[in-house]
Design a binder for this molecule. Structure first.
Ligand code: ADP
Ligand code: X2W
Length: 262
């Protein structure tokens, strides 16, 4: 029997750029598993969606770091994120001896969609579910499943929405009151000289955004990180899947890269 999850599990958000890093993912999963650290995965797949859209001759457009997602393109976007990307990640989990279970962000009431600016099409932010939804997700972990959560969602009418994966990860961390780490292909948030910034507060973050040092998708990520830290009272870290120190640091509960404190 799997041990009961008492401590809050670690929420790991994997960027689409991390999904192809199969040796690094397996090394991370094995390290967490052997340390007995409970975790769950929220993943993106922006690069895979870009590739698919370009191959099909569709326009790729982002506004404030968010993909413009017309309703008619949602089946393609969801197919890449909740299908191909989810299964690729589940493959890495299977190879590490884990029991992945693919879910969309709104499954089991984990998150609720909150439509964004209508000009973006079917793009939504999310709100964390309630205490019963939390219990349902924890029961999956207690049963030995590894939830692999994609950043697409359904509203109460069953319509598909595209959610930025950093926002979905924020809501899952909020639901569980859990620590969160964002893993992409950059070692953390970098300053004007491309040096790693070890720690960010809301004030230092806004100054870096004003100076144009934090831009584009990193703006969405730092805001999600600070909100998650504020909501959970736990530090939130932004780091690289390619950093050799990540598996060991996370398995002993330490945070690599840039640590955000809300
Ligand atoms: N100050 C910064 N430090 C590091 N990366 C930054 C910074 N400002 C902008 N970026 C860009 O943000 C990207 C990460 O955001 P994004 O691509 O949306 O994340 P994800 O990998 O999760 O999709 C980096 O790859 C980098 O190109
Ligand atoms: C609304 C919105 O921008 N959705 C994102 C969802 C995937 C994502 O966030 O992927 P990464 O984590 O790899 O960037 C998109 O379509 O690209």
């Amino acid at each position: 029997m799997e041990p009961t999850i008492n401590a809050a599990p670690l929420v790991i958000k994997l960027s689409g750029k991390a999904l192809g890093a199969e040796p690094e993912l397996e090394r991370l999963f094995r390290a967490l598993r052997s340390a007995g650290r409970a975790f769950l995965l929220v993943h993106g797949g922006g690069v895979a969606v870009d590739r698919l859209m370009t191959d099909l001759g569709h326009e790729v457009k982002r506004v404030r770091g968010l993909r413009v997602s017309p309703a008619e393109e949602m089946p393609l976007i969801a197919g890449a994120l909740a299908g191909t990307c989810s299964l690729q990640l589940r493959g890495a989990a299977v190879r590490a001896g884990l029991l992945p279970l693919g879910l969309a962000a709104t499954d089991g009431g984990m998150c609720r969609v909150v439509p964004e600016d209508p000009e973006l099409g079917r793009v939504a932010k999310t709100q964390a579910g309630g205490v019963e939804d939390r219990g349902r997700l924890l029961s999956l972990l207690n049963a030995g499943w590894l939830p692999v959560i994609s950043s697409v969602g359904l509203d109460s009418e069953g319509r598909l929405w595209n959610i930025n994966a950093d926002d979905a990860a924020l809501s899952v961390a909020e639901l569980l009151g859990a620590p969160l780490i964002f893993l992409s292909d950059v070692k953390g948030v970098l300053d004007g000289e491309k040096r790693l910034i070890p720690e960010l507060t809301p004030e230092s973050t806004e100054a870096l955004i004003r100076e144009g040092i934090i831009t584009a998708g990193m703006t969405v990520k730092v805001h999600a990180a600070l909100s998650a830290s504020r909501a959970t009272g736990a530090p939130v870290s932004i780091a690289s899947i390619f950093d050799d120190a990540v598996p060991e640091l996370l398995s002993v509960g330490k945070f690599p890269g840039t640590v955000c404190r809300g």
